[in-house]
Design a protein around this ligand. Structure first.
Ligand code: IDP
Ligand code: MG
Length: 136
């Protein structure tokens, strides 16, 4: 599988606060090309499927509720070393620990409502992109 693509979501808090444009701008300024882009509302069932890997974690039910609480923006991004470079661009899961200049430092409200998702491996990037955009 190609190592030059990753998958992202702009999460409900950031969409609600009118940060779609600001966040997409940071992604483009970071060297990422937007390959696929869609705004949509996840049902709790779909949100639960997406985060099934976290089903045993104590925050899972809240996370599913949150991710289905309002529209998200799903996107596939392209850049050399996309997965690792994008994790650097978004910053730590907990915005209190996110580095200066990262998307989460600028836009995340809390460890749950942390503005954006970024895939953690090439394999998951492919699975997550297919979940929203189908196999290409
Ligand atoms: P990541 O998004 O940085 O990869 P993960 O550990 O994969 O972080 O967790 C997935 C998502 O679950 C996070 O982005 C965040 O929205 C939520 N989450 C993670 N840890 C916690 C927590 O301790 N409390 C509440 N929500 C959490
Ligand atoms: Mg993760």
């Amino acid at each position: 599988m190609a190592t030059n693509r990753t998958f992202t979501m702009i999460k409900p808090d950031a969409v609600q606060e009118n940060h779609i444009g600001g966040i997409l701008h940071m992604m483009e300024e970071g060297g990422f090309r937007i390959v696929e882009l869609q705004k949509l509302l996840l049902t709790p069932e779909r949100a639960g499927q997406f985060y099934a890997v976290h089903a045993e974690r104590p925050f899972y039910n809240d996370l599913v509720k949150y991710m289905s609480s309002g529209p998200i923006v799903a996107a596939v991004l392209e850049k050399d070393n996309a997965v690792a470079d994008f994790r650097t661009l978004i910053g730590a899961t907990n915005p209190a620990q996110a580095a200066e200049g990262t998307i989460r430092k600028k836009y995340a409200k809390s460890i749950e409502a942390n503005a954006v998702h970024g895939s953690d491996s090439d394999e998951n990037a492919q699975i997550e992109a297919d979940f929203f955009f189908g196999s290409k």
